[in-house]
Design a protein around this ligand. Structure first.
Ligand code: CMP
Length: 153
C-alpha cells in the first residue's frame, strides 16, 4: 500500500531457556498473530564457532564467554520473520534486553527476568539482520507464500 514501510526480514532466535521452558510455540504465535510471516525456521544446536561469529561484536565484553556458553547449551529455534518494519516491530514485541526493564505485554516483560537467559534474540537493525540471517539460513531455505491477511488490498 502507498505510504507503508518497506518489507524487511529479521532473524529471531528462541534461546535455549525459551526452548527448555517450552516457550517456542508461545513466542512464535505472538509474531504470527501480529501479522508477521515466518519464511524460514530451524530447530538447531548452535556450534561454538557459529556462536562466536554471531556475537562477534561482543567479543571484547566480559560477558562474551558466558554468552557463547549459554547460546550453545541447548537447542535454539531460529526463525526468519518477514513483514513491514519487521526489525523494529519484532524488537518492540521482544521488549528491552534487560528483562527487568521490559514492559509487560512484551515477550521478555511477560516471560523473562534475567539478562543472559532472556528468551529471545532478534537482529537490532536492517544491516544486522542482513549479516545474521545468512549465518542460519541459505537462500534456498526460504519459502514463499501469501498470508491470508496479505490479500485484503
Ligand atoms: P541478545 O539480543 O542475544 O544480544 C546480546 C546478548 O548479550 C543479549 O541479548 C543479552 O542476553 C546479553 N547481554 C547483554 N548485556 C549483558 C551483560 N551485561 N551481561 C551478560 N549478558 C549480557
Amino acid at each position: 500500500m502507498p505510504g507503508e514501510a518497506a518489507k524487511e526480514r529479521t532473524l529471531v532466535l528462541v534461546k535455549p531457556d525459551g526452548v527448555r521452558r517450552g516457550l517456542m510455540g508461545e513466542v512464535l504465535s505472538r509474531y504470527e498473530r501480529r501479522g508477521l510471516k515466518v519464511v524460514a525456521a530451524k530447530l538447531m544446536q548452535i556450534p561454538k564457532d557459529l556462536a562466536e561469529k554471531h556475537y562477534e561484536e561482543h567479543k571484547a565484553k566480559p560477558f562474551f564467554p558466558e554468552l557463547v556458553k549459554f547460546i550453545t547449551s541447548a537447542p535454539v529455534l531460529a526463525l526468519a520473520v518477514e513483514g513491514r518494519n519487521a526489525v523494529a516491530v519484532v524488537r518492540a514485541m521482544n521488549g528491552a534486553t534487560k528483562p527487568w526493564e521490559s514492559a509487560p505485554g512484551t515477550i521478555r516483560g511477560d516471560l523473562a527476568l534475567a539478562l543472559t537467559p532472556n528468551v529471545v534474540h532478534a537482529s537490532d537493525s536492517v544491516p544486522t539482520a542482513q549479516r545474521e540471517l545468512p549465518l542460519y539460513f541459505s537462500e534456498k531455505e526460504y519459502v514463499s507464500y501469501h498470508r491470508v491477511d496479505e490479500d485484503y488490498f
